[in-house]
Design a protein around this ligand. Structure first.
Ligand code: GUN
Length: 303
């Protein structure tokens, strides 16, 4: 039997439509729209393509979107001054500094300079702390984990009392999603185990999972026999394993992407599974939009 596909591309459309409607309502009632600034330092093609998509999505849902491109040799001091300017700009509710930054800039110092109440990436230590406390304290959950939790909820997967196993302990995905799944609340109340490169029996832990969340960055790490029959499998891995000619324009090469799970075999065992591409990936920018809207709603006191 084949698993149900949890498609991020479809869930994204649902959520973006909800956001668009909410933005239009707020605009009518309060005369404001969410403002998102995306700061891009340098010209890395991957960063340019991420930022372009963020701006395009912000425009689509009716935000005031600002793309602030800076030269790769901007000084740390000037970048800090720029952040300070947006911290004090009433029309801006979300500030995103695209990572990675050039080597001469201290990334931590930059992220820590963003006003935690405009930190829609959820990377500032204040927001990491708020997430740890949980409940009403949480303002901006980081976008990829928030997207994972939203997919699990919208797929109708029972999380309360479920055994959740998270493979990977990064600050951006593994640690926050583990924390979110164990909190009290909808789409949570789970029993959570985090496994990583030093874990002794990776397979044994994975086999117990009702919900298996894999964010290891190792293509095909999770084998089909590691999956409990009927489990929900969330594959966060986006690994470039080669190139192929583009379908639209065969003269152009595009990346071949593979997840951390052996998808073709896993889908015969899992109850539900996210594909790569088209699974978790599209959810990250979607949740960035949701966080930016939340930021304006906090400011207006309408949460
Ligand atoms: N670079 C790659 N992904 C991200 C992200 O989610 N946020 C930021 N700020 N930079 C990134």
């Amino acid at each position: 039997m084949s698993a149900t596909l949890i498609k991020g591309t479809e869930i994204r459309e649902e959520i973006l439509e909800e956001i668009t409607a909410e933005v239009a309502g707020i605009k009518e009632k309060h005369g404001v729209v969410p403002g998102l600034v995306t700061i891009l330092v340098g010209e890395s093609p991957a960063s340019i393509s991420y930022v372009t998509l963020k701006i395009k999505t912000a425009h689509r849902v009716g935000f005031n979107e600002v793309q602030d491109n800076q030269s790769p040799d901007i000084s740390e001091e000037d970048l800090l001054a720029l952040i300070d300017k947006y911290n004090n700009d009433e029309s801006i509710h979300g500030i995103l500094v695209q990572l990675p930054l050039p080597k001469h800039i201290d990334e931590k110092k930059i992220l820590n300079a963003i006003d935690p109440d405009k930190d829609v990436d959820g990377f500032h230590p204040v927001n990491v702390g708020r997430l740890m406390i949980g409940g009403d304290e949480v303002k901006f959950p980081p976008c990829t984990p928030a997207g994972i939790q939203e997919m699990i909820i919208r797929a109708g997967v029972e999380t309360s009392g479920a055994e959740v196993v998270v493979v990977g302990r990064s600050n951006i995905v593994g640690k926050p999603i583990a924390n979110m799944m164990l909190q009290k609340g909808d789409g949570a109340n789970s029993t959570v185990t985090v496994v990583h490169t030093r874990t002794k029996d990776l397979e044994g832990h994975c086999k117990r999972a009702d919900i298996l969340i894999v964010a290891a960055g190792v293509p095909g790490l999770v084998k089909p026999e590691w999956i409990k029959p009927g489990a929900c499998v969330i594959d966060v891995g986006v690994n470039r394993v080669g190139e192929k000619p583009s379908k639209k324009d065969p003269s152009r090469m595009v990346a071949v992407l593979k997840g951390d799970v052996d998808f073709d075999a896993a889908k015969e065992i899992a109850g539900s599974i996210t594909p790569v591409p088209g699974g978790v990936g599209p959810m990250t920018i979607t949740m960035l939009m949701k966080n930016t809207l939340k930021s304006l709603k906090f400011k207006l006191g309408i949460n």
